[in-house]
Design a protein around this ligand. Structure first.
Ligand SMILES: NC(=O)c1ccc[n+]([C@@H]2O[C@H](COP(=O)([O-])OP(=O)(O)OC[C@H]3O[C@@H](n4cnc5c(N)ncnc54)[C@H](OP(=O)(O)O)[C@@H]3O)[C@@H](O)[C@H]2O)c1
Length: 223
């Protein structure tokens, strides 16, 4: 049994990560903006502790890290993020952009730094960042989405630096692109399939894969 801490479990990919790891028999610490609602939706489930966390609130992040002192975290999943919108050149709103940089780029760094010792003391020693192929400069041939793309490109760089810094401690740091996931009935990969495949990529990774940017099928993506 592993202990898994996942951010942004109120809905979407984070919630599904929590449900799948719990179904696997792991101990799941699911951080939510509204843990009460999460508990109400999943009151029949055991193995998941829903805790309140706004990842942009550094004091709260540090408080949770202290509360979990002595708990070894095998896998930290930095999932919480703002996945859209993706406006064009003239429509790009700077308030949205600053918020995306705060949530998608800076906060996952703050969370990871706060929980590094919890991960280092575990058996698996894994940190996953849910990034996006939209953060790949090499794959950008459709433009727009200045705010989201730059937040995820920056996150990829943070992931890579952390992999180098934490490599000597045998911690594996991965960047994962979940695919274009069908939310609210749109077309695309199903949430459950995306999470199942990313879990497989995580399962097959170790210190030798650290610093890699993978898609949900385990294919290396270009920076
Ligand atoms: N869906 C895709 O196709 C796709 C593709 C590539 C990458 N991704 C990435 O995958 C991750 C999850 O996306 P998703 O599609 O599941 O999006 P989602 O349905 O919007 O879920 C993201 C969750 O993060 C939460 N969140 C936002 N700001 C937060 C904060 N400051 N502190 C804590 N939680 C916060 C959201 O809360 P609220 O409920 O209040 O909004 C929401 O519950 C994101 O990092 C996204 O960029 C998604």
């Amino acid at each position: 049994m592993a202990t898994v801490l996942i951010t942004g479990c109120d809905r979407g990919l984070g919630e599904e990560f929590a449900l799948q790891y719990a179904a696997n028999g792991d101990r799941v610490i699911a951080t939510c903006l509204d843990p009460h609602a999460f508990r109400e939706r999943h009151e029949h489930l055991s193995g998941i502790e829903a805790v309140k966390l706004d990842i942009t609130d550094e004091a709260s992040v540090l408080r949770l890290a202290v509360e979990l002192n002595g708990v070894s975290i095998d896998l930290l999943v930095n999932n919480a993020g703002i996945p859209g919108p993706h406006p064009g050149l003239q429509e790009t709103d700077l308030t949205l952009w600053r918020n995306m940089l705060e949530v998608n780029l800076i906060a996952p760094f703050v969370v990871t730094r706060a929980f590094t010792e919890h991960v280092a003391s575990s058996k698996r020693k894994m940190i996953a960042f849910i990034t996006s192929r939209m953060g790949s400069i090499g794959l950008n041939n459709t433009a727009s989405s200045y705010a989201y793309r730059s937040s995820k490109a920056g996150l990829n760089m943070v992931m890579k630096s952390l992999a180098i810094d934490l490599g000597p401690r045998q911690i594996c740091v991965l960047g994962l692109h979940p695919g274009k996931v069908a939310l609210q009935g749109e077309g695309g990969l199903s949430i459950s399939e995306s999470i199942a495949r990313m879990r497989k990529v995580i399962d097959h990774s170790g210190p030798h894969q650290t610093g890699s940017f993978y898609d949900y099928n385990g294919q290396i993506l270009p920076w």
